[in-house]
Design a binder for this molecule. Structure first.
Ligand code: FAD
Length: 399
């Protein structure tokens, strides 16, 4: 069987794997990307999903740099500011006790929001047309062996490749990470996130609202719509029991709960998609590299969806790996290059993981004392509070 020599082999064609494939291809590297699922079917089956990803300004700049912003922009809704809202229960209604709006001082937008399925579709369409990318669905790795010069890979479709670098972007239960024997620190959070779409009475005005009460934030994120109607996606985090009970409700009862929990920020809400449930955990890999191998995105880090960090961090992984790969100082896949990648990414990763864990802790608290701190932070102290700088640093995606 003929073995093909390639530069980079990528396992996993989710958001991160597809984006990494395009980014490397556009810089002239030859790429093979595989996924164990049928990507086209996956896109068709998820056309009604309202799970979205908010990406921040630096991520948009990266899309511009690699020449795919036009394809992504047509599905994306600008998010001009983020409003933090604290509430308390009064006569069975959530009443706002404090709120604060943040914008990006150096740009009109803080970020953009896109349905995951639209993003995958856009990236898949671009990747299919790239002459430097070979993309295989329904395919897994049968064997891979790492030697000094390259990684020898045999696929389930019997194709064989010699790659200078293998990249694991195969998600939170990464096969590559396990095969490389890289350990992770994992913490179950006892929380789930519900995602769904809403149509609402008031305009979203391109604002994302993060509404605190207990159990986790209820976050609305504006969605691009082609009519006069107003749509947003919602990520509602709460304790496992609470979300499991919500999932059992019929549409009318569920709508009643979301209208109560949203504190009337967007007026009356109607549910426009089936709620989906996601289990929350924090998971951080102890190493990001091995010989001629690297892990990126959720294979390396998993966070609760607070402050839109997950995929934005993955874009930082890709940007960093690309920068090291095109630097004349290094040969692709050599240990010095990978060590330099790991050193840089671990610093950013650890900062974001601890910041998001802190924000999650404050956002879900039922402790009356911490609730007072949270409300006062939002109301009075944000101008000099470290929480403000953390949120802004996270929100602006700075490194
Ligand atoms: C509710 C929710 C809301 C979120 N909101 C945001 C947000 O607003 N902003 C943000 O930045 N992030 C957000 N995130 C995080 C973001 O969605 C994830 O970081 C991102 O989707 C993960 O992409 P990925 O490509 O790393 O992993 P995945 O999407 O899991 O992709 C991994 C791919 O690898 C494939 N695969 C797995 N194993 C193998 C194998 N052995 N062989 C071949 N292929 C394999 C899988 O089929 C899959 O296609 C959110 C997350 C959640 C849960």
């Amino acid at each position: 069987m003929k073995k093909n020599n390639i530069d980079i082999f990528i396992t996993g064609a989710g958001l991160a794997g597809l984006l990494a494939s395009i980014a490397f291809s556009r810089k002239g590297f030859s790429v093979v990307c595989i996924d164990k699922i049928d990507i086209k079917n996956h896109i068709d089956n998820n056309s009604k999903s309202f799970r979205t990803t908010a990406f921040l300004e630096p991520s948009k700049k990266f899309f511009e740099e690699i020449g795919i912003w036009t394809e992504i922009k047509k599905y994306s809704c600008p998010m001009n500011s983020l409003k933090l809202v604290d509430t308390k229960l009064l006569n069975d209604h959530l009443t706002i006790t404090a709120s604060k709006t943040f914008s990006n001082e150096s740009s009109d937008t803080l970020g953009w929001n896109i349905k995951n399925n639209d993003m995958i579709k856009a990236l898949f369409e671009v990747a299919k047309k790239e002459k430097n990318i070979s993309l295989f669905s329904n395919t897994t790795i049968e064997v891979f062996e790492i030697n000094d010069e390259f990684v020898e890979i045999t696929l389930s479709n019997k194709k064989q490749f010699n790659a200078k670098l293998i990249v694991g972007s195969d998600g939170r239960d990464s096969f590559i990470r396990n095969e490389l024997n890289i350990k992770s620190t994992t913490k179950a959070l006892g929380q789930n996130a519900l995602t769904f779409g809403i149509q609402h009475e008031k305009s979203h005005n391109n604002i994302s609202n993060e509404i605190y009460y207990s159990g986790g934030p209820f976050t609305t994120v504006p969605i691009k719509n082609n009519s006069d109607e107003n749509y947003s996606s919602v990520v509602w985090m709460d304790e496992e029991n609470a979300t499991n009970n919500l999932m059992k409700l019929d549409k009318t009862s569920f709508e009643k709960e979301i209208n109560k929990r949203s504190a009337d920020i967007l007026g009356h809400l109607k549910l426009v998609s089936e709620p989906q449930l996601w289990k929350m955990r924090t998971q951080v890999a102890k190493r990001l590299i091995s010989f001629r191998a690297v892990i990126i995105a959720e294979a390396a880090h998993v966070l609760p969806p607070i402050g839109a960090q997950g995929f934005n961090m993955s874009i930082n992984d890709i940007k960093c790996l690309l920068k090291k790969s095109i630097k004349n100082k290094y040969k692709l896949g050599e240990p010095r290059m990978l060590l330099s990648y790991e050193r840089e990414r671990l610093v950013d990763m650890n900062f974001r993981v601890s910041s998001v864990s802190l924000l999650n802790y404050f956002s879900k608290t039922d402790n009356p004392f911490l609730k007072i701190i949270r409300s006062s932070s939002i109301k009075y102290l944000f101008n000099f509070n470290p929480l403000k700088s953390t949120i802004m640093k996270l929100g602006l995606g700075s490194q």
